[in-house]
Design a protein. Sequence first.
Length: 327
Amino acid sequence: MTHLARRRMLAAATAGLLSAALGVAAAPATAAPRTASACKLSTLPYPADVYRADAQAIDRTGRFIAGTALRVGEEDNQLLLLVWKRGRLTTIESPLADTVADVNTAGTVVGHGWVDAKIRPWILRDGAVTLLPSPPGGALPTAINGAGDIVGYGVESDTGRNFPLRWPAARPGTFEVLDAPAGAMPQGITEDGTIVGTAGDFAASTGWVRYPDGRLQSLTVPGARSTDVDAAQGHWAIGRVSLGGANQVRVRWDLRDGSWSRLADELPWLVDVNKRGTVVGGDRIARGGTSRLLPGARVGTRAISDTGTVVGFRNDGRLTPVRWTGC
C-alpha cells in the first residue's frame, strides 16, 4: 500500500482503537483536564477569497509556519502556498502547491504536487517554488532539517513500489537512494541527520532508524505484528504498533537506546513530536501516558515546534489555519 493510501486510512482512524487489554507492560493512560488557562487558540491570517486554507508545518523555533490554500476561479482553480514568518503572511501562487511536508529554521519549505499525472517534489527557497530532481516515477519529500537535508521516497514506474531518498544539502540538484530496508519510506530527519521511517507492506510493516554513521536499527516493541513510524525530532520518534486484531498502541521511542514507552490511548492518530517529546495528533496534545484536548471545536493538529506552538486547522464549514500557544 502506498503512503498516500496509508494517509487516507490514518485520517479515517478514530479513537475507538483500544489498547487497554494488549498485555503491554505499561501503565494505562488517563486523560488530563480539557485545557489549561494558558492554552490559547488563534486563527492565522489567510487570504479572504480562498475556499480553504490550512497550516501544515512549523519549524523548530516556531518562527516559520507553512501551509496551502485553494482559490476557486471561474475557469481554473489556483493553488496557493502560504508562509507565515512571525505571524506575517506571504502568499505564493504555484500549481505545485498541493501539499506542504515540512519547513526548517531557515524558512525553506518542501512539499509535493502533480505534474503530468505524476507526483513531484518541490522546494520553496528565496521566494521561488522549484521542482526538486526526482526519479522517473516521481517522489515525495517528507521532512527537512536545519542543515537543509531533505528525505522522502521515490516511486518505481513499473511496480509502484517505494524506495528511500535523500536530497543532500551539500550536493544541490541531486538525490540519492538511501541504504535502508526494502520498500522504506523515510518519515523524519533530525538535526544530526538521523532518519526514521517505515518499510514493508501494509499490515506487515516495520519501523527503522538510520543513524548518521549509516547504522540501521529496527524500531518496534515486543510482540509487534506491524509498526508504522510517523515522525521524529531531537532524540524522539513516534509511531503506531499493532499487536493483533484491531488494536494499536501509540508509541514513543528514545533513539539514543531504542527504548519505548506507551503514549495516551486517547490520541486518535499521531502527526508530530518535538525535541521535548511532546506529541500531537487529532485534537490532542500528549506528554507521555496522558493527553488532553486542545481548545476549539472541529479542529485538528498538523505539527508542533520545540517551543510548544502547535499548528493545524479548524473546519467549521470552511477550513481555516489555526495556531495554539501556551499549551
